[in-house]
Unconditional design. Structure first.
Length: 379
C-alpha cells in the first residue's frame, strides 16, 4: 500500500483555517494528501473535519512576546512534527511561521511559508520590529519557498536580507472563491438610507477610529447615511477596540455595530460601499469579497490595501490616518449616480476574476507542494 503524502498546515486560530484556508485544504485532500490542520482550539475547530482534514489543537500565545512561552511553543511544534512527520509544513501568521518553521528545519521537513501581512509590529519601528525581523530571517533561512501577498512586503524582506530572492514569489492575497462570492446587483436606494460597511477585526490599526470620525463628518451633510461595522471586538491585540468604546459610538448614533457573522455575504450585498481605512495589510480579504460581490470600495493608499483597488475604477483611495480625506472620498461615493456606482462594482468583479481568483492561489500551492513530494527535496 502506497503511503499517502502528508501536509501539515499551521495557523494562529481554527477560525483562520476555516475562513481563509478552507479552499486550499479541500484541494489538497482532493489531490490525495493527508492534511493535518494545527491551531489553538476554538469554536471553529469542529468545522475542520467537514473539510476532510484532521485537526490537532496546539496552544500558542499569539500576541505575547514572553521568551519562555515562545520557547515552549517551539518545543510543542518540535514534538508535534516529530510525531506527525509530514512531508511539507505550511506556515501562516507570525508564531507558526517562526517557531513551526524552526522546528521543521531541525527535523529536515520541507517548509513553505506565507506572509499574509505584517500587522501591528511592522507599522511601528521599535525593538519588537527588530526582533521580528531577526526571527523571520532565522526561520526563513532554509525554507523551500516563501509566498507574499503584496510586492512591498516581498521587496522589503529581500532587500533587508530576511529571505533569499530566489525563494520568494507573490500571491494575489489569499484569493476569493468567486463561486461563493458571486456578483449581486446593487440594492435599490428606494425607501432606505445609503449604507457604508466596514468588515474587519475591530482594531485601531484597521482605521476604525478614522471611520467613525469620517462618519461624523459625512453625516453633517448627509444625516440619514448609515455606517455599519462588522467584526470581532476585544480581540487579543494591543490595538483592539473595546466593547465599551463601541457602546459609546452606538449610543452616540454615529455607527451601527452588527456583531460577528460567519457568513458576511448578506451584509456585503446589502451595503452600497465597503470601507477599510487600514494602516497596512497583506491584501484584505474583506475588500476582495466586497469587490467580487460588486461593491465599490474606499480604502487607504497603504501597503496591501491599494492592491484591491484601481483608483477611480472600482473604488477610491484615501490618505492613511486621515479622517477628513476618508470623509471626502465617502461623500464622493454618495454623490455618484446609481449607474456610476454600479459600473464601479462591475469593474471590481472583473478585477477579482482576472487577478484574485482563489484558484490561482491554490494552483500555486499545489505546484510547489507537488514539486517537493515528487522530487524528494531535502535540506
Amino acid at each position: 500500500m502506497v503511503k499517502r503524502r502528508k501536509v501539515l498546515i499551521a495557523l494562529n486560530s481554527a477560525w483562520n483555517l476555516v475562513n481563509f484556508r478552507a479552499g486550499l485544504i479541500r484541494a489538497l485532500v482532493a489531490e490525495g494528501y493527508e492534511v493535518v490542520a494545527v491551531a489553538p482550539n476554538d469554536a471553529y475547530a469542529s468545522c475542520l473535519a467537514e473539510l476532510g482534514c484532521r485537526f490537532v489543537a496546539l496552544p500558542m500565545d499569539n500576541k505575547g512576546t514572553h521568551p519562555g512561552r515562545d520557547l515552549l511553543l517551539f518545543f510543542r511544534f518540535l514534538n508535534l512534527l516529530r510525531c506527525e512527520r509530514p512531508d511539507v509544513f505550511l506556515g501562516y501568521t507570525i508564531k507558526p511561521n517562526v517557531y513551526g518553521s524552526l522546528a521543521a528545519h531541525v527535523l529536515g521537513i520541507q517548509v513553505v511559508n506565507n506572509i499574509a501581512g505584517l500587522g501591528t509590529v511592522f507599522i511601528r519601528n521599535n525593538w519588537l520590529t527588530r526582533l521580528a525581523r531577526l526571527l523571520y530571517m532565522t526561520a526563513f533561512s532554509r525554507s523551500h519557498h516563501v509566498f507574499f501577498q503584496n510586492n512591498e512586503d516581498l521587496q522589503m524582506f529581500v532587500e533587508q536580507g530576511l529571505v533569499p530572492a530566489d525563494k520568494v514569489s507573490r500571491l494575489p492575497g489569499s484569493g476569493v472563491d468567486l463561486g461563493i462570492f458571486h456578483y449581486v446587483p446593487m440594492p435599490s436606494l428606494e425607501n432606505r438610507s445609503f449604507c457604508f460597511l466596514l468588515v474587519a477585526r475591530l482594531l485601531w490599526d484597521k482605521g476604525v477610529g478614522e471611520y467613525v470620525e469620517a462618519a461624523r463628518m459625512v453625516r453633517r451633510q448627509y444625516p440619514t447615511t448609515t455606517f455599519q461595522l462588522l467584526g470581532f471586538l476585544d480581540v487579543k491585540n494591543q490595538t483592539a477596540v473595546s466593547s465599551a468604546q463601541m457602546d459609546d459610538w452606538v449610543d452616540e448614533g454615529v455607527v451601527e455595530y452588527l456583531g460577528v457573522a460567519d457568513d458576511v455575504k448578506p451584509y456585503l450585498a446589502a451595503a452600497d460601499c465597503v470601507v477599510l481605512p487600514s494602516y497596512r495589510e497583506g491584501v484584505p480579504r474583506s475588500l476582495l469579497e466586497a469587490a467580487a460581490i460588486g461593491r465599490p470600495i474606499v480604502t487607504t493608499d497603504a501597503i496591501g490595501c491599494r492592491d484591491a483597488v484601481d483608483d477611480g475604477v472600482n473604488g477610491l483611495l484615501c490618505c492613511v490616518r486621515n479622517a477628513s480625506d476618508l470623509a471626502e472620498k465617502m461623500r464622493s461615493i454618495v454623490d455618484m449616480s446609481p449607474s456610476e456606482r454600479e459600473l464601479m462594482g462591475i469593474a471590481g468583479r472583473k478585477k477579482m476574476e482576472l487577478e484574485f481568483d482563489e484558484k490561482i492561489v491554490i494552483d500555486r500551492y499545489l505546484c510547489i507542494i507537488g514539486d517537493i513530494v515528487s522530487n524528494g527535496v531535502s535540506i
